[in-house]
Ligand binder design. Sequence first.
Ligand code: FCB
Length: 495
Amino acid sequence: MKRRELLKSIGLMGGGAFFSPLANAFSSLNFFSSQAKNNLLPGNINFKPSGDLLKSAFGKDFIWGVSTAAPQIEGGWNEDGKSPSVWDVFSQIKGKIKTDEKPDMACNFYHKYSEDISLIKQMNFDAFRFSLAWSRILPNGVGEKNQKGIDFYHRVIDKCLEKGIQPWVTLYHWDIPQVLQDKGGWVNRDVINWFGEYVQVCSRAFGDKVKNWMVLNEPLAFTALGYLLGIHAPGKKGFKNFLPAVHHAAMCQAGGGRIIRENVIGSQAGTTFSCSPVEPFSGAQKHLITVEKFDAILNRLFIEPSLGLGYPVKSIKQLKRIDKYVKSGDAEKLKFDFDFIGIQNYTREIEKYHWFIPILKGKPVSAKNKKLEKTEMGWEIYPEGIFKMLKKFSSYDGVKKIYITENGAAFPDVLSNGKVNDKKRIIFFEDYLKKVLLAKNEGVKVEGYFVWSLMDNFEWAEGYRTRFGLVYVDFNTQQRIIKDSGLWFKNFLSE
Ligand code: FCB
């Protein structure tokens, strides 16, 4: 997700663009194991975690995983009965994806899943987080099931289990079937029933094998980018789309949790949230107003209703307009006591007060220190942020435990002599993991960490340029090469 773009658009968009007419804007490797013993690989890269960073420090029950999402890796967009998702359709529109790349083939996981799951095993991870494509399972969105689609996920799950890898399933990672989008998608209140039916089908089909479930992936991202700013599928804009989409997603979040708990014996029902620390541009009091508002949107909008706290309308009074979409009885149905929450952190945001910007009263800016290191996404590297987010989310009564369900970085990787030396990514993981450990040692119930991502993939509107994988993918040949960061994890996790 292009967070800075999202925030900039929100902050800068004036003239009633969104709250109109309410006034203005919201605004793999035997070779390696012998090398690992002396900690070095050719090129003098230190693969041994530095300092005190040891896997054992996180405890023997800590889960180590890799994350992916169906539209970003599967390909097979129209194979074996799958219908198009919003991303299949959106990506066909010229200019929507940088360089006009399409997810049609992506990483061809649909055919290469067995090899890919073997790579996860080779890197010594315990868990694989992937999402189900709604339009592969229910090509009409509801109604008739596509057995071939269901069988595909059985093959993926069975392969994981055969390799001793826990399958962690996300029900929705941004790919509503286009047939449902044609009826309004997340804006249509009927999505609550459509999604409920989909969750019933998935939990009944896979519940005897899959115990760890996540209902939604980052609901703020798909509602804001897809239904407010129009830069993600399905490309809708404005508050008339955003506010109902938010309310319906929040209803589905809780409703999906209830269905999982009812249908899956021994389940852990969770859902995931994007989050970033929001910090003031300077110590001046005025920036704090802006900080509170951005924090409400970026970090509180979806977790608080599930905890029974409602939407953060005290911080952003214009959010009250969501009441128009709230029916009697909804307040109760918005609540669900998730067994865990997943938090996904990549960077931080800095906000500067501007009196003339309506609603959010300011906009995101770069940190004063311009020398701060950034990733290929333009996101500042800020390991302290993951510590702050763990503290913040664990401080809510009702949050029972946390998994980091995504964290990672895109860098301009180069394949040279069959290797990818991604030292910066290794340093990124070491620094972030130290902060996760610090939070754990200070009592935060953080019980697992999933790397974004297993392999380079289709990064939404960015296309294939921004590489987040531990495994390098040559998109011309579909060849996979474990990067040095993947080898780093292999060594770290072998302890
Ligand atoms: C997250 C998304 C994930 C990927 C990473 C970089 O917001 O959940 O699919 O795009 O960002």
